[in-house]
Design a protein around this ligand. Structure first.
Ligand code: MG
Ligand code: MG
Length: 260
């Protein structure tokens, strides 16, 4: 069942989203050669708690950290640790913030220094696919329209969407109905209604879409070793159009829509 949120509840998710957006901006600036993913995790936890929030991921099904940090061919769910970032890496950072009982969920991927054109294109295509999906988050659209929007942009760019991991509803808990695949048929699935809040999160590989879970039981890698990118926003369905509750102040959305 897809729980619809009141305007008051959406405002609370938005408040969590503002802390999260600030945290991700801080983290994106902190990513640099020589920095460990553990150091990023420590900074994120400090940021979230100093803004009155709680890191949603910490303790979730036993997850031992406040953020997921997933470099290069790691798709998502990386446990921060001693991995030291080097020039040319792409690092995906996923953060959840709980504030006043409501959750926001957002992720981005950062290129460290100079990366090749294909890698740059991967990041742009993944961002663009998220924006295309957000555009479909309107009263009366169907969930399949959202899923299809991601797939269409990604595959037109020559990349593949991970099939086995999905976006999700979000609200009082991090993972609510519905599951939101990053591929699908337009015109299918539940009709979107005011008050639904979705975490939309394309996970995109340069190579094939197959992934596997590492021995730690968390980290997900591409089977073919190709690079992967991940962008995520928490989005509310409203009569006035899509409301992105985790938008960062430095996102150049207009430029991005023109990219693909
Ligand atoms: Mg997330
Ligand atoms: Mg999520």
């Amino acid at each position: 069942m897809i729980v619809r949120k009141s305007k008051k509840e959406v405002a609370k998710i938005a408040a969590a989203g503002r802390v999260l957006a600030g945290c991700l901006e801080m983290l994106a600036d902190a990513v640099a050669p020589g920095v460990t993913t553990k150091a990023l995790d420590d900074r994120a936890e400090e940021y979230i708690r100093s803004h009155g929030g709680v890191p949603t991921f910490l303790g979730y099904r036993g997850f031992p950290a406040s953020i997921c940090a997933s470099p290069n061919d790691m798709v998502v769910h990386g446990i921060p640790g001693k991995y030291t970032i080097v020039e040319g890496d792409v690092v995906s950072l996923d953060v959840g913030v709980t504030l006043d009982g409501y959750v926001a969920d957002s992720a981005l991927t950062v290129a460290v220094g100079d990366v090749d054109d294909r890698t740059e294109h991967l990041l742009e295509a993944t961002r663009a696919s998220l924006e295309a999906a957000i555009e479909q988050c309107r009263v009366g659209s169907r969930l399949g329209d959202v899923s299809h929007a991601v797939q269409a942009v990604v595959e037109a760019a020559g990349f593949s969407v991970v099939r086995s991991l999905v976006g999700h509803g979000v609200g009082k808990t991090m993972h609510e109905d519905p599951q939101i695949p990053n591929y699908g048929e337009p015109g299918r699935g539940p009709v979107l209604e005011e008050g639904m809040v979705f975490a939309i999160e394309p996970m995109v590989n340069v190579g094939g879409f197959d992934v596997y879970i590492a021995a730690d039981g968390w980290a997900i890698f591409t089977v073919d070793g190709s690079l992967s990118a991940h962008f995520e926003h928490t989005v509310a369905i409203a009569t006035t159009g899509p409301q992105v509750l985790t938008r960062r102040t430095n996102e150049n959305v207009a430029a991005r829509r023109g990219v693909m």
